[in-house]
Write a protein of this length. Structure first.
Length: 110
């Protein structure tokens, strides 16, 4: 039995599965990796509504996978980008370790 099937998976797929990213979030992640983009730019690239993109971005922000930075050019706007890849890999390791520790603790209680 395999909890997380690793066969033939690249590191980005392991990250996506660990954080349970849906298809849209995966697509957005790939678009903003190593780049800074506004919601408008992202929505045009992924061909989804602004509110759908904002919801997906918020969920990824809640998981600490992306960053939002305020910019000004007469008006305030936000740009989104991913964390550096090394940080994402470390966050993934920590998340899996915390999950393992929680499972181990629950199994030790009986």
């Amino acid at each position: 039995m395999t909890i997380l099937d690793l066969e033939g998976k690249e590191s980005d797929e392991i990250v996506f599965e660990t954080f349970q990213l849906n298809d849209l979030q995966r697509e957005i992640f790939r678009e903003i990796r190593d780049d800074q983009m506004t919601v408008k730019q992202i929505k045009e690239r992924v061909d989804r509504s602004r509110s759908t993109v904002q919801r997906a971005l918020q969920e990824m922000l809640d998981k600490d996978l992306i960053l939002r930075e305020g910019k000004t050019n007469k008006t305030v706007y936000y740009v989104y980008t991913t964390l550096p890849w090394a940080d994402i890999k470390e966050l993934t390791r920590q998340t899996i370790t915390e999950w393992y520790d929680e499972v181990d603790q629950k199994l030790s209680q009986s």
